[in-house]
Design a protein around this ligand. Structure first.
Ligand SMILES: Cc1cc2nc3c(=O)[nH]c(=O)nc-3n(C[C@H](O)[C@H](O)[C@H](O)COP(=O)(O)OP(=O)(O)OC[C@H]3O[C@@H](n4cnc5c(N)ncnc54)[C@H](O)[C@@H]3O)c2cc1C
Ligand code: FES
Length: 278
């Protein structure tokens, strides 16, 4: 396993709870001591379908939050959208079920050394890793503003307890069924200007991440984004998950979002070439 994943462990994790929240399932898994190794931005790779299924590939899920001393010991929270066969199987697992999980994988969000103003932007289930991140940033003394967006209200994941870690939370839905009508990226340029934002942390669809980059590129605002490119092996071997990137010196490289990410410097990604040949 690559250096970045040197702390990853394959463990049997029991489902502590599985609750439906809008269009998502909030799964709490008992992961024991591995909870102490998880950082905001890391993901888990879960074996789905049970022993007799043909679902060979593990599915990747962002770690939403961890607790190191809950009554079930170390736990990890995931927010899962039942999408295809694997995620639908996962959402159907009841309390007490055992899951084969590799955790923690991938890069983590960088935390500022000084208390600065930060903006967190989540699209759909992309809000999942941002609440745990908000807690860490809050403890660092940062002012944390958050924007969440989705096409419709049931695709917004915004737990009540998560709101305690943010100074402000604004919600945008494209159909206007929750919060303000419009795209989550609509207010970003004004917030960057008015609130003196130093870092934007984002997670969501690629188009949303690209749109944020178009606002921050060429400015002093750092954009750390968690990409959710399709993954097969999840550990850097198969090259399924590559993204085109360019360094400040002009060097172009295809980076693997499973081990060079999922958290990447948004300014390095060549957004208009994502999914295309270079
Ligand atoms: C880092 C990361 C974090 C994520 N976090 C979340 C989260 O918090 N919540 C959530 O609901 N979802 C999350 N996802 C998406 C989640 O992994 C997918 O919804 C899930 O893999 C879909 O699995 P499925 O069996 O339901 O669907 P299917 O469509 O049946 O997926 C089949 C499998 O094929 C893989 N695949 C798809 N296209 C290709 C391709 N072109 N080449 C090779 N393999 C391919 C997929 O990655 C998946 O493993 C995340 C994905 C990544 C990469
Ligand atoms: S998913 Fe195989 S290299 Fe990234």
């Amino acid at each position: 396993m690559a250096e970045i994943n040197r702390k990853a462990k394959q463990i049997t994790a029991q489902v502590v709870s599985n609750k439906r929240v809008g269009q998502y399932h909030q799964l709490i898994l008992a992961i024991g001591d591995a909870a102490q190794l998880c950082m905001p931005g890391n993901f888990a790779a879960i074996n789905v379908g049970g022993d007799t299924s043909r679902m060979i590939l593990r599915r990747a899920f962002a770690i939403s939050r961890v607790s190191v001393n809950s009554v079930a010991g170390g736990t990890m929270e995931l927010i899962v959208a039942p999408h295809g066969q694997g995620s639908t199987w996962l959402c159907a697992q009841n309390e007490g079920a055992d899951l084969d999980v590799i955790v923690p994988l991938g890069t983590a969000f960088g935390i500022p050394t000084e208390p600065v103003q930060v903006l967190l932007v989540g699209g759909g289930y992309g809000s999942a890793p941002l609440f745990g991140l908000a807690e860490v940033l809050n403890a660092r003394g940062c002012r944390v503003d958050m924007l969440l967006g989705a096409s419709t209200a049931s695709k917004i994941y915004a737990p009540m307890e998560g709101k305690r870690s943010v100074n402000s939370l604004r919600i945008y839905t494209e159909d206007g069924t929750m919060g303000q009508s419009g795209r989550v990226t609509d207010p970003i340029a004004a917030m960057v200007r008015d609130l003196n934002i130093a870092v934007i942390y984002s997670c969501g669809p690629m188009a949303m991440l690209a749109s944020i980059d178009s606002i921050t590129r060429g400015t002093e605002v750092i954009h750390q984004c968690a990409v959710e490119e399709s993954m097969a092996c999840g550990i850097g071997v198969c090259m399924t998950c590559v993204l085109p990137t360019q360094d400040a010196d002009g060097t172009i490289a295809m980076l693997r979002s499973c081990i060079d990410g999922p958290v990447m410097d948004g300014e390095k990604v060549i957004w208009d070439k994502v999914g295309k040949a270079l």
